[in-house]
Design a protein around this ligand. Structure first.
Ligand SMILES: Cc1ncc(COP(=O)(O)O)c(C=O)c1O
Length: 404
């Protein structure tokens, strides 16, 4: 029996290995979130971390986390609705809500869990209690390039779903028009994680207004990086008040772990007692939450960090374009060098590795076949010399492989 089971999986693995498709998974020695990392005792330049502001290794944050481990231990010991709601979590959720100028926020042990728990609850019929009043059926309307955790969150919903072409407002309006009589939830990334471009939040909020739709924005890559005080993409585009639910992850600019949603009080209160990944999964460990309070303060005062990371990203983006590469995205620390072939992207990434650059290629299941890319991500802690080295290596690889 066990043998047969192994054969089943081996078939898949053999196929991938035969075609050179099993992904290279690198083991980094020590912190992996710095511009320079070590593997096999060799130094590499790291252009694949989402630690955009360089705060994962911040000394003040580390100090706070260590102090709070002494106070709270290493776990909360329970889920939130039992004894796992600790003073430090409530404090952080209040501060996060203030930071994002929403009534309230709730945190999850990951951003992925926030999406899979929240989305269905914003649109499906009321759970657990049979209510006496009828509800209109709901529909989820989701951008084609939304993150995998949104896609999985949508899959868990019982409501109908429709996908609109990436950032295509005519397509979005068509779906809204066809579903006038339903409760509607529009879902979009704020910054698209694999493409580095921004959602058209101004246009989306105008449409949501006209068709009475709820908007949820996954701003995992925007919070901390864009907008005044790093409040995110919706603030950057001046439409924060029109966004009903801001979702985010602490694994990017916050350099830590966990996820959140920020919203008005009734949505947060509703999700606290309905979102299954909040109810049935333990929260972020309290000492890390204490660290996140410190990180939020640093983010608010982090204009210099934002200036650095955005400046370096534009420098890389513009110079890659000048060399003749196809580069996606705008204004963000995500700089995808588009290749459009799995084999070529794997080779490109392997050649970067030979030149001591860590930047794995992005391919299925992260993007569809034929749209493979190398996704460079920049940090405030990178410097121009490191980016120049990356440019020089990309030029050499690009020319030798006739990509430019
Ligand atoms: C847009 C987006 N949403 C959600 C997530 C999930 O976040 P987490 O790493 O906290 O699970 C990610 C992480 O890759 C992401 O890029």
């Amino acid at each position: 029996m066990a043998k047969n089971t192994n054969k089943y999986f081996e078939k898949y693995l053999k196929f991938l290995n035969k075609h050179g498709l099993y992904p290279a998974i690198y083991t980094v020695e020590g912190p992996s979130s710095s511009p320079e990392v070590f593997m096999d005792n060799k130094k590499f330049f790291n252009f694949s971390s989402n630690n955009y502001l360089g705060l994962a290794g911040n000394e003040e944050v580390k100090k706070v986390v260590i102090e709070n481990i002494k106070k709270y231990g290493v776990g909360s010991g329970s889920t939130r609705l039992l004894s796992g709601t600790l003073d430090i979590q409530v404090k952080f959720e209040e501060e996060l809500a203030r930071f994002l100028e929403k009534d309230d926020s709730i945190t999850f042990s990951s951003g992925f869990l926030a999406n899979v728990g929240v989305i269905r609850m914003l649109v499906d019929s009321f759970p657990y209690f049979t209510l006496i009043f009828g509800e209109k059926p709901g529909i989820i309307i989701s951008d084609k390039l939304n993150h995998a955790s949104i896609i999985d969150g949508v899959r868990l919903a019982k409501s109908e779903r429709a996908i609109y072409e990436h950032n295509n407002m005519e397509d979005l309006e068509r779906i809204l028009e066809e579903n006038r009589n339903k409760r509607k939830l529009i879902l979009t990334d704020g910054i698209f994680s694999m493409d580095g471009d921004l959602a058209k939040l101004k246009e989306i909020s105008e449409l949501a207004d006209a068709y009475e739709a709820v908007i949820m924005v996954d701003d995992s890559h925007g919070v901390g990086v864009l907008g005044p005080y790093g409040r995110g993409t919706a603030y950057h585009l001046g439409v924060a008040q029109n966004i009903d639910v801001i979702m985010g992850s602490f694994t990017k600019a916050f350099g830590s772990i966990g996820g959140f949603i920020a919203s008005n009080k009734s949505i947060s209160d509703y999700l606290r007692i309905t979102a299954r990944s909040y109810i049935f999964s333990d929260p972020i460990i309290p000492a890390v939450v204490a660290g996140l309070i410190e990180t939020t303060k640093i983010i608010k005062e982090g204009d210099n960090l934002r200036k650095n990371v955005i400046g370096l990203s534009s420098y890389l983006r513009e110079n890659l374009k000048k060399l003749g590469f196809t580069v996606l995205g705008e204004e963000t620390p995500i700089v995808p060098l588009f290749i459009g072939s799995e084999k070529k992207a794997i080779k490109f990434s392997a050649m970067l590795y030979e030149n001591n650059i860590l930047a794995p290629c992005i391919r299925r299941p992260a993007v569809i076949e034929g749209s493979e890319r190398i996704r460079f991500s920049l940090m405030a802690t990178h410097n121009k010399e490191q980016v120049d080295y990356l440019l020089e290596v990309c030029e050499r690889i690009g020319r030798s492989n006739k990509i430019i």
